[in-house]
Design a protein around this ligand. Structure first.
Ligand SMILES: [Zn+2]
Length: 411
């Protein structure tokens, strides 16, 4: 008798439900709590909430609850079904769990909270669940969160590709650069991968987008042009992606020159790869001094490096006219440098200058949200065990979607 009241209290079971009896299985470390309901309770249709007559009961179901006193606690109940004139025969909503879940609300909540801080594997082990069961909790949380997400105005978004698993498969991620969360994930990095994103937006959201940060990647650009009004003014090439391109060109020059020099016994460029690729702003004073003799030398690599650094100055301008002037001067210098890799990149930048200069107006890059990037890295790291792409998508939304994931009690 006391047992029943205690468990009603702990589990928050209220009328018309009550605890019928409690079964302790000490040897299994389990508590089984059997629930029953009043005979003449008033039930409502799960779909429309209209009071409906009782039709029958489902077979008994079981829900895993939070452990009580270190015992695994399981709830048992036969859920009534109502006959709604409009929706037919439906199981009623129970106050302790969401429809179709095998866990109580509190249990799911605990699992969700833990999953935000620990890997799926760790949570599964600690809660005594299988990996699939934990993943199902995540999937349900994400579905819930996406459904609740409201169409907020967007100002700046970033489109980023992420390699998924070792097989060079890619995911396209669309990030809200201001709120620092992932809005959309699709497989691959084709035009169609991004096309799907625009369809999730309302007209107001589409109109509200001022800028989109992307890599210099035509499929993304084509998708933006096909969906966003005045796209030319809104496409912004990611500064760090351009820097990577120029860095690759510098490295090509260095490799070729190093080979030539080494053939003559000159080892000046050996082991210097990262000196040339590093961002000078991030070099310590002594590193910068040490690098001084090299960068001031007459080496081709030093010239390529200076070209790269002068190209990056473009991002420091406030006015488009001055930036264009700088680019004209730089382009002339680069194309006359007789350094093939640099000439190629100069041509590329000239053809794509519009998307570089839009930065001056919008000031966005894909690195805008450092915390989001580190979360995505973490998901990728813990995602090594993911067997399919959909699991990866779920984890991205779960950890990086800024969603309200908590289960809600039915009323
Ligand atoms: Zn109904």
């Amino acid at each position: 008798m006391q047992d029943r009241q205690l468990y009603e209290h702990i589990l928050g079971i209220v009328a018309p439900w009550s605890v019928d009896h409690v079964e302790l299985k000490l040897e299994d470390g389990e508590v089984h709590v059997h629930l029953a309901h009043q005979e003449e309770a008033a039930w409502r249709c799960a779909e429309c909430g209209q009071p409906c007559p009782l039709h029958d009961h489902q077979a008994e179901r079981t829900w895993r609850h939070l452990d009580t006193c270190q015992y695994q606690t399981l709830l048992h109940a036969a859920v009534p079904r109502t006959a709604c004139p409009e929706h037919g025969v439906r199981a009623v909503r129970v106050p302790w769990a969401e429809p179709h879940s095998r866990f109580t609300l509190l249990f799911e909540r605990l699992a969700i909270d833990w999953l935000q801080a620990a890997s799926q594997q760790a949570v599964a082990e600690r809660l005594g669940l299988s990996w699939d069961e934990v993943h199902a909790i995540m999937e349900r949380a994400v579905r819930r969160g996406l459904k609740r997400r409201e169409a907020q105005p967007l100002t700046y978004v970033g489109v980023d590709e992420k390699a998924f698993s070792k097989g060079h498969r890619y995911a396209t991620l669309v990030n809200d650069l201001e709120r620092g969360c992932v809005l959309y994930v699709a497989e691959d990095r084709k035009q169609t991968s991004l096309d799907g994103f625009w369809k999730t937006l309302t007209d107001e959201q589409l109109q509200s987008i001022q800028g989109v940060a992307i890599d210099m990647w035509d499929p993304y650009e084509n998708s933006i042009r096909a969906h966003l009004p005045a796209a030319e003014e809104k496409i912004v090439y990611d500064k760090f992606h351009v820097a990577k391109h120029l860095g690759e060109a510098v490295d090509k020059v260095r490799r070729a020159e190093n080979k030539q020099l080494q053939a003559q016994g000159d080892k000046r460029l050996v082991g210097t790869r990262y000196h040339w690729l590093r961002n000078p702003d991030r070099m310590a004073d002594d590193q910068w001094r040490e690098f001084g003799a090299l960068r001031r030398s007459k080496l081709k690599t030093a010239r390529a490096w200076a070209l790269k650094e002068q190209a990056m100055v473009l991002w420091d301008y406030c006015y488009e006219q001055s930036a264009r002037k700088h680019f004209t001067w730089w382009h002339r210098w680069a194309t006359h440098s007789r350094l093939k890799p640099m000439i190629d990149k100069a041509k590329m930048l000239k053809a794509r200058l519009r998307g570089v200069l839009t930065y001056l107006k919008h000031g966005i890059t894909n690195a805008t949200s450092e915390s989001l990037n580190s979360k995505i890295q973490w998901v990728k790291y813990t995602a090594r065990g993911f067997r399919n792409f959909q699991n990866f998508v779920t984890a991205i939304y779960f950890h990086c979607g800024g969603l309200n994931l908590a289960p809600t009690p039915s009323t």
